[in-house]
Design a protein around this ligand. Structure first.
Ligand code: HXC
Length: 511
């Protein structure tokens, strides 16, 4: 028996070495960890249970019958825990055939996807790979499609997270693209459908991998990625933090963690957060951090469409999704990018039973040909659609402006907002006073005195929360310093909210 056990140990040691010491060293030299080192950092100590460690490729073409068979075949798969909660994980092993996907490699991922779905737990993919195993051809393509199909079936059922920690090209980009979140590592990771060489051939553009699909491109311009981290360690530790915010599946409630932050904490500084001058900005993130438990806020898409802020926090230890117009950027206006960013976040929250807290300070939709030609109507409709279909608890606080269509969109009472509060500084109207008066009193436009009087009249009548409150569109005008307490009480009351949309196969959100 002893020699049998020794043989197992030997096989395990060999498999754990992946593509061998030299390739591991090359990986380290590039500032990257190996697949197994990454998994160790992601999961609780000693919690990883590996599957299919001895799986090998079965291909024989292009000399693969003679090539060394490396156990594991370029991907490490299994499950473990993050702060005691089950997660499934697969990590591409760049030291084995560049992490490329073969038929057997795909089967390992599929097995983990099936288990994650059956057992209703999040799945995290760590990417560092060269795309389809070139020697395998269509078997690899088929493998990708099988993985994609499983991504789609799991969407909205279990959280799916992708972390790009090296090259990610060709077939490898579309699985992450169908997961809920994509994170990248600065300088060592890049994502593109076709690489710089193909780009050069087809479009004659000369571009580096970093310029084409580096972390800065995807977190700012393309919005493909939700955030970037400086290195592997930071990225993996932040994934642990993210997992703590997420329910295990769409049938689970949000996790509840101990908190030392009392629910009825007043923050007097909020009474002066909104400046007297309505055109002066302030940082809406200050409100989020003063409302969330222990100021802990996990921001999503921080670098893209910064005129709206989205992310996770907790109230009384339970996760909430914050969506907030940001007056510091473009005065918090809603444009196409901001609408798409927030719509996707709202839909994630709704799919996973995460209550949504919305802070509103929005001067309207952004006018102009660039926006209209770019499809603002359709993109704005995404956010409207997302809020309107959401059945999770929705608590809205208007801090200052709520103008025009943007008032309707931002989780208004009319879109089944459960608690719609306003601060005394709120201004709820079709538009700002100046614009309104210039339209309805166009005849007096040259008479500055008259216009000033009309503007004052408009401001006094409409630029307050009280016209909306008189109609019941605002449930109550609250003190800014009591915002956390009011939200906490509302969410506690809404804990058993029961609301269903009519049965349908699926909706037809304006894509
Ligand atoms: C097989 C691969 C491979 C691949 C890399 N390797 N990519 N083996 N299939 N796709 C192997 C290399 O031969 C090498 O083996 C090792 O991995 C490391 O690769 P290097 O090139 O030395 O590393 P580096 O210089 O860092 O470059 C990494 C890379 C490059 C940028 C990813 O390897 C590359 O461009 N690979 C090909 C990418 C590609 O075109 N993939 C197909 C995409 S098409 P040794 O033995 O020397 O260590 C696709 C279609 C699917 O994916 C579409 C489905 C929708």
């Amino acid at each position: 028996m002893k020699h049998i056990i020794a043989d197992l140990e030997q096989r395990r040691t060999k498999a754990a070495l992946g593509g061998g010491q030299a390739r591991i060293e090359a990986q380290h030299k590039r500032g990257k960890l190996t697949a197994r080192e990454r998994i160790d950092l992601l999961l609780d100590h000693d919690s990883f249970e590996e599957f299919d460690m001895f799986v090998q490729h079965r291909s024989t073409d292009f000399g693969m019958d003679k090539a060394e068979k490396i156990p594991g075949d370029g991907v490490v798969t299994g499950w473990g825990t993050v702060n005691g909660r089950t997660v499934f994980v697969y990590a591409k092993d760049f030291t084995v055939f560049g992490g490329s996907l073969s038929e057997t490699h795909a089967q390992k991922i599929m097995k983990i996807q099936d288990m994650a779905l059956k057992n209703r737990a999040p799945i995290i993919g760590l990417f560092d790979a060269g795309g389809a195993r070139i020697q395998e051809g269509v078997a690899a393509l088929g493998g990708y499609a099988e993985v994609f199909q499983r991504n789609v079936l799991a969407s909205g059922v279990i959280p799916q997270i992708s972390v790009i920690m090296g090259p990610c090209a060709g077939g490898d980009v579309y699985s992450p693209a169908m997961t809920d979140f994509i994170f990248m590592v600065r300088d060592t990771s890049y994502m593109f459908v076709t690489g710089p060489d193909v780009v050069k051939t087809v479009t004659n553009e000369t571009v580096t991998a970093e310029e084409l699909g580096g972390a800065s491109v995807h977190t700012t311009k393309s919005s493909v990625a939700d955030h970037a981290y400086d290195n592997d360690v930071e990225a993996l530790l932040q994934m642990r933090r993210l997992i703590d915010f997420l329910p295990s599946s769409n049938r689970d409630d949000v996790p509840e963690w101990p908190t030392f932050d009392v629910a009825d904490r007043f923050d007097m500084s909020l009474d002066t957060l909104v400046p007297d001058n309505p055109n002066k900005p302030y940082d809406i993130r200050e409100l989020i951090s003063k409302v969330a438990d222990e100021s802990d806020f996990f921001e999503i898409q921080e670098a893209h469409a910064r005129n709206i802020v989205t992310g996770f926090g907790r109230i009384e230890g339970r996760t909430v999704g914050f969506v907030a117009n940001q007056p510091m950027v473009l005065a918090g206006v809603l444009d196409s990018d901001a609408s798409r960013k927030a719509a996707r976040f709202v839909r994630f929250c709704d799919a996973f039973n995460i209550p949504i807290v919305t802070f509103v300070d929005v001067p309207g939709f952004l006018p102009g040909t660039a926006q209209e030609y770019g499809g603002l109507i359709k993109h704005g409709a995404k956010l409207l659609f997302a809020y309107a279909e959401a059945t999770v608890p929705k608590v809205t606080v208007i801090t200052r402006k709520a103008f025009g269509g943007a008032y309707d969109v931002m989780a208004s009472k009319h879109l089944r907002g459960d608690f719609n509060y306003a601060w005394p500084s709120a201004q709820i109207a079709v538009m700002g006073a100046k614009g309104a008066v210039e339209i309805i009193f166009r005849a007096d436009i040259k008479d500055a005195e008259k216009i000033a009087a009309r503007t004052k009249e408009y401001e006094d009548r409409f630029l307050s929360p009280f016209v909306a409150a008189e109609r019941g569109y605002i449930d109550e005008v609250i003190m800014p310093h009591a915002t956390r307490k009011r939200i906490a009480r509302a969410l506690a009351m809404l804990r058993h909210k029961d609301l269903e949309n009519p049965w349908k196969k699926h909706d037809n959100i304006p894509l």
